[in-house]
Write a protein that binds this ligand. Structure first.
Ligand SMILES: NC(=O)c1ccc[n+]([C@@H]2O[C@H](COP(=O)([O-])OP(=O)(O)OC[C@H]3O[C@@H](n4cnc5c(N)ncnc54)[C@H](OP(=O)(O)O)[C@@H]3O)[C@@H](O)[C@H]2O)c1
Length: 332
């Protein structure tokens, strides 16, 4: 099978296309013959070794992770509820960039037969992250929500799910005019270019000066710092990515939170382990919404697996609207 390994950190060229035997699933594991594999922003940070989260401690050669959609091609000992031929999906921190992936059976989700594989890559991680961050913020109907990087793979789902949850005001930020048009088309009430110096003032004005109830922040750095200042009393900011800040995580003093502001974080792997039923519920809800068209999963490009370096370049140039998906070579 084809597999993409990295043997050193660096530019997209470090992603090497290699051959390897199809792996055998161990106890509690499932082998998936991939139909589609997602590429997210986090994997570009991992490739550069600027990924800030503590749960990713890989060893070379590294095979990066992602959302894998496909059919079960084998199960390890002790796996009784998943069978060869089942159509499934899973998000894995390692081992996704290949024709076949071995994943933990506990993370495997059913994928409807009729759903296009690239579309289905929304199900294992982006949808649950969008829903899980809104759930962590305990969004109530009528409240205002600010979604940063709102045209991105996760952000564009969060905008739609916030709307569907009854948010009173949805504000989306993005870094270019075409991205802002896209976010408006998703149902955001207000769109703001946060590359402008006065973006935070625009957000405050959009809330009538009151501040925002919920902020979903995947950018970090100065955007997070200013976000704390934008929270309304009892407002909640959920930090879940550091696209703009890299390894620099801003420090926030408790005194900044004294006006009843809540600052928390979200990590899918931790949340999935702690709240497996909620993860499954969010998965089922999003699968239904994709099927009935009430949520749209935008796929910016599908590329063959061996063009993975191009996928990373696209993401690093901030060109993508929605997601980039790889199609494994064995499906060609
Ligand atoms: N907590 C978790 O469990 C978890 C899991 C997976 C991913 N994540 C995080 O979720 C976020 C979104 O992931 P995604 O795959 O959907 O990515 P994405 O939103 O499609 O891409 C990242 C976006 O961040 C924005 N951005 C802001 N400042 C940037 C900078 N200095 N350099 C590059 N981009 C910048 C860009 O949008 P604009 O051009 O509009 O600014 C870019 O398109 C990422 O931060 C990722 O690390 C978190």
């Amino acid at each position: 099978m084809r597999i993409i390994r990295i043997h050193e950190y660096g530019d997209p060229d470090v992603l090497r296309v290699e051959e390897a035997p199809v792996p055998t699933p161990g106890p509690g594991e499932v082998l998936i013959a991939a139909e589609a594999v997602s590429v997210g922003f986090a994997q570009t940070q991992m490739r550069r070794n600027i990924f800030p989260a503590p749960m990713w401690r890989p060893q070379f050669p590294i095979v990066l992770g992602g959302d894998v959609i496909g059919r079960v091609a084998g199960v390890g000992a002790g796996v009784t509820d998943i069978h060869e031929g089942d159509r499934v999906g899973a998000f894995t921190l390692n081992g996704a960039y290949a024709d076949y992936a071995v994943v933990d059976a506990a993370t495997v989700l059913p994928v409807p037969e009729g759903l296009d594989a690239a579309q289905a890559t929304a199900l294992p991680s982006p949808g649950p992250i969008a829903a899980g961050t809104l759930g962590t913020a305990a969004l109530r109907p009528g409240e205002s929500v600010l979604v940063h990087a709102a045209s991105g793979g996760i952000g564009h789902l969060a905008v739609q799910l916030a709307r569907a949850a009854g948010a009173g005001l949805v504000i989306g930020t993005a870094g270019s005019a075409d991205k802002l048009d896209f976010v408006r088309g998703l149902g955001a009430d207000v769109v703001i270019d946060y590359s402008r110096d006065d973006w935070a003032e625009e957000v405050r004005a959009a809330t009538g000066g009151k501040g925002v109830d919920v902020i979903l922040d995947s950018v970090g750095g100065d955007v997070l710092r200013q976000g704390v200042g934008l929270l309304a009393p009892f407002g909640r900011l959920v930090f879940y990515g550091s696209a703009g800040g890299g390894l620099e995580i801003p420090k926030v003093s408790p005194m900044e939170l004294i006006e009843m502001k809540f600052l928390t974080g979200f990590a899918l792997s931790r949340w999935r382990a702690a709240r497996p039923k909620e993860y499954l519920r969010n998965h089922e809800d999003l699968a239904n919404r994709l099927a009935d068209g009430t949520v749209r999963h935008a796929v910016h490009a599908t590329l063959p697996l061996h063009e993975v370096a191009e996928a990373h370049r696209l993401i690093e140039s901030r060109a993508q609207i929605g997601r980039i998906v790889l199609i494994p070579d064995h499906t060609a």
